[in-house]
Design a protein around this ligand. Structure first.
Ligand code: ATP
Length: 231
């Protein structure tokens, strides 16, 4: 099966000289198309660093990190930007633009894709906002939406370009348990419909069941990679 993510012997360091500190140690991980993988572990264990490397938000320093067939180790800044644009991102703090409506925030997710016609952009944005249950909130600004609704806009924005890979960092952290559950159910449903792969960092034990596989990190190392059903 096609490997969407393939990481071999990956180390990562922050800082220089005497401040240089290793935060990832010999990471090996493969994720197949359509898998939902949760990355969990204690604070400071390196989860966000790994997610950011996979997303091209940081440059990998050594060994091999292939995402959607492209090697990111040694890639130019321009190649990393291109790699970033192919993925969908969902963050804890949703990162919506406060001065744009729900609809405008979602269309922005498509405007980076110059080959998609304006009319198609509008159609897809309306359709996905309907799918996330916000068809009646299209012209609301983030301030006028609840935490869960904002996060649903963020999901719509991440998925509207139908990316093959979605990276999510603590997408439920700011939500109450019901909203958190709704948000991950929605991610799971849309990902299955679109056939996309999800790599999600979370501390939230209430949502581990949506994963096909749970990967545990500790002190910069992967300590297991169990099927979700066993955990
Ligand atoms: N920009 C940076 N510069 C220097 N050190 C960093 C930087 N970002 C992270 N670190 C260090 O790297 C280690 C891993 O951090 P990371 O944020 O990846 O952990 P995490 O598992 O995602 O933690 P949390 O669950 O608290 O978000 C920590 O020791 C952290 O202090």
């Amino acid at each position: 099966m096609l490997k969407v993510i393939s990481i071999r012997n990956l180390d990562h360091y922050f800082g220089n000289g005497s401040l240089r500190k290793q935060v990832l140690f010999n990471i090996n991980l493969e994720i197949s198309a359509g898998e939902i993988v949760i990355l969990t572990g204690p604070s400071g264990s390196g989860k966000t660093t790994l997610l950011n490397l996979v997303g091209g938000l940081r440059a990998p320093q050594s060994s091999s990190l292939r995402v959607l067939g492209q090697e990111l180790c040694g890639a130019s800044a321009e190649r990393l930007v291109q790699a970033r644009r192919r993925n969908g991102y969902i963050f804890q703090a949703h990162n919506l633009h406060g001065s744009l409506t729900a609809l405008q925030n979602v269309t922005m997710g498509l405007e980076l894709h110059p080959y998609i016609e304006l009319e198609e952009i509008q159609t897809r944005a309306l359709q996905i906002l309907e799918q996330v249950g916000l068809g009646n909130r299209l012209h609301y600004y983030p301030d006028q939406l609840s935490g869960g609704q904002k996060q649903r806009v963020a999901i719509a924005r991440a998925l509207v370009s139908r990316p093959q890979l979605v990276l999510a960092d603590e997408p439920t952290a700011s939500l109450d348990s019901q909203s958190g559950r709704d948000v991950v159910n929605l991610m799971q449903k849309l990902a299955h419909e679109q056939g996309c792969t999800i790599l999600m960092v979370t501390h939230d034990h209430r949502i581990l069941d949506i994963a096909d596989r749970i990967v545990q990190m500790e002190d910069g190392k992967l300590i297991n990679a169990t099927p979700a059903t066993i955990s």
